[in-house]
Design a protein around this ligand. Structure first.
Ligand SMILES: NC(=O)c1ccc[n+]([C@@H]2O[C@H](COP(=O)([O-])OP(=O)(O)OC[C@H]3O[C@@H](n4cnc5c(N)ncnc54)[C@H](O)[C@@H]3O)[C@@H](O)[C@H]2O)c1
Ligand SMILES: [Zn+2]
Length: 356
C-alpha cells in the first residue's frame, strides 16, 4: 500500500492509498468509539460502503457553498453534544472540500479539539486540500473568512469514489495536479502530457501520489503560509479573479488551468519563459481541459477584481510565473495599465484557440 508521511508542528500524519473503504471503516471502528460526518450525496451513491454504520451516528452534510458557514459547524457540534461525543472518540469524515472544511473547523474547536480522519471523495480534495490542514468557513457572501490549521490524523484515498464525479469536479482536481506537475519535476509534467486520457484517468493514483509529494515538501517547509507556500498559488491569481468575474459560473479547476495559461503568456512576454514551452502547455490544456472560449469582455472590471485579491498588497500582485518546466518564480508586478494591456493581448491572441 502506498503511503505518504507528513510532518507537522501539531503532529505527524499520513496519507494512505486504499482499495477497500469498508475494511478501513471497520478497522477504525474497532479501535474505539467513532462518529461520522458524511456528504449526503456520497452516502447515497455508495450505500454499500456505509451499510454497517448506524444512521443516527452520522451527521449528513449538504455540500453547497452557501452552507459552508458557522451555523452548519454549530449544528454539527450540537449533534456531537447530543450523542455525547468525548475527547477520546474519532470523527470520520467522507466528502469533498466543503465537508472537509466544516469538519476541520468543528473538530478543532469542540472540546478544544477531537481527532478526525478523512476519506476525500472529490479529486480536488484528494489532490490538494486533504493535506496541509487548512480550512475556510464563509461569512455570508465572503468566502473563507474563518479558519484554522488542523489536519486529519490519517487520510485514506480511494480512487473508486471518482467514478461518480462530474466532469467539472474532475477538472477541479486536475487544476491542482497540473500545477504540481509544473512545480518540481520535469518528468511529472511529461508524464501528464503523454497520458492518453486524463478524464477519467486510468493512472490517477500515480498522479495523486506525485502531486501530494510536491505539496508535502512545500507545506513541511512552510506550514503556516509564509512565502514558500505562495508557489501553490500558481494559476490561482487569474483563476480566482475569473471565478469571481464569472460570478462563480466558471468552476475553480477551469479557472486555475486558464490562470496557468495566462501566467505562462505573461511569463513568455516578459522574456522569462520560452515561447515554445508556453505553447506546449497550451496544447495540453486545449487537448484535455478547455474546449470553449473563455470570454472576458470587461477587462477593467476584471483588473479591479484582481486588485482586491487577499494576496495583493499595495496594488502589487505576486505573480507565480513559470521559468522552465518545473521551475516557478515569484514576481511582484504592479497592477497597472501595462498589466491590463498585456492581459488584453493574451485575450486577443487566444481568441478562437480553445473553441476550434
Ligand atoms: N481546505 C482547503 O485547503 C481547501 C482547498 C481548496 C478548496 N477548498 C474548499 O473546498 C470546497 C470545494 O470542494 P470540492 O470541490 O472538493 O467539492 P465539494 O465538497 O464542494 O463537493 C462538490 C460536489 O460534489 C459532490 N460529491 C462529493 N464527492 C462525490 C463523489 N465521489 N461523487 C459524486 N459527487 C460527489 C458533493 O456532494 C457536491 O455536490 C470549496 O468550498 C473550497 O473553498 C478548501
Ligand atoms: Zn486551487
Amino acid at each position: 500500500m502506498r503511503q505518504i508521511k507528513i510532518k507537522s508542528s501539531l503532529y505527524d500524519y499520513s496519507v494512505q492509498f486504499v482499495d477497500d473503504v469498508k475494511k478501513q471503516i471497520e478497522q477504525l471502528g474497532n479501535e474505539g468509539k467513532v462518529t461520522y460526518v458524511i456528504d449526503q450525496n456520497v452516502y447515497r451513491l455508495y450505500p454499500d460502503y456505509f451499510s454497517t454504520i448506524e444512521k443516527d451516528n452520522i451527521y449528513f452534510v449538504d455540500a453547497v457553498e452557501h452552507k459552508k458557514n458557522i451555523e452548519t459547524c454549530m449544528d454539527l457540534i450540537t449533534f456531537w453534544q447530543s450523542i455525547k461525543l468525548k475527547k477520546n472518540w474519532k470523527v470520520i469524515c467522507f466528502g469533498g472540500g466543503i465537508t472537509q472544511d466544516i469538519t476541520t473547523f468543528a473538530s478543532n474547536i469542540y472540546l478544544r479539539n477531537v481527532e478526525w480522519y478523512f476519506f476525500p471523495t472529490t479529486l480536488l480534495a484528494m489532490s490538494d486540500s486533504c493535506i496541509g490542514g487548512k480550512c475556510g468557513i464563509n461569512m455570508g457572501e465572503l468566502k473563507n473568512q474563518l479558519g484554522v490549521f488542523y489536519p486529519p490524523r490519517r487520510i485514506y484515498i480511494c480512487e473508486k469514489f471518482l467514478q461518480t464525479l462530474s466532469n467539472a469536479d474532475y477538472i477541479n482536481g486536475w487544476g491542482e495536479i497540473l500545477k504540481f506537475s509544473l512545480t518540481e519535476k520535469e518528468e511529472f509534467y511529461e508524464a501528464v502530457e503523454n497520458e492518453k486520457q486524463l478524464i477519467p484517468c486510468p493512472h490517477i493514483n500515480d498522479y495523486l501520489y506525485e502531486g501530494l509529494l510536491v505539496k508535502k515538501k512545500i507545506i513541511e517547509e512552510d506550514e503556516f503560509e509564509g512565502d514558500l507556500r505562495r508557489i501553490l498559488n500558481y494559476g490561482h491569481t487569474f483563476g480566482h479573479a475569473l471565478e469571481a468575474y464569472s460570478h462563480n459560473t466558471i468552476p475553480h479547476g477551469k479557472g486555475v488551468i486558464w490562470g496557468i495559461d495566462v501566467a505562462n503568456f505573461i511569463s513568455a512576454n516578459m522574456g522569462i519563459l520560452d515561447h515554445d514551452i508556453y505553447m506546449k502547455i497550451k496544447e495540453l490544456i486545449k487537448k484535455s481541459f478547455i474546449k470553449e472560449e473563455i470570454i472576458v469582455e470587461d477587462t477593467t472590471r476584471f483588473m479591479k477584481i484582481l486588485s482586491t485579491d487577499k494576496k495583493v498588497k499595495n496594488n502589487t500582485v505576486y505573480l507565480i510565473l513559470l521559468k522552465e518546466l518545473s521551475q516557478l518564480i515569484i514576481k511582484p508586478v504592479e497592477i497597472d495599465k501595462k498589466l491590463e494591456d498585456l492581459f488584453k493581448r493574451y485575450l486577443e491572441e487566444t481568441h478562437g484557440y480553445y473553441c476550434d
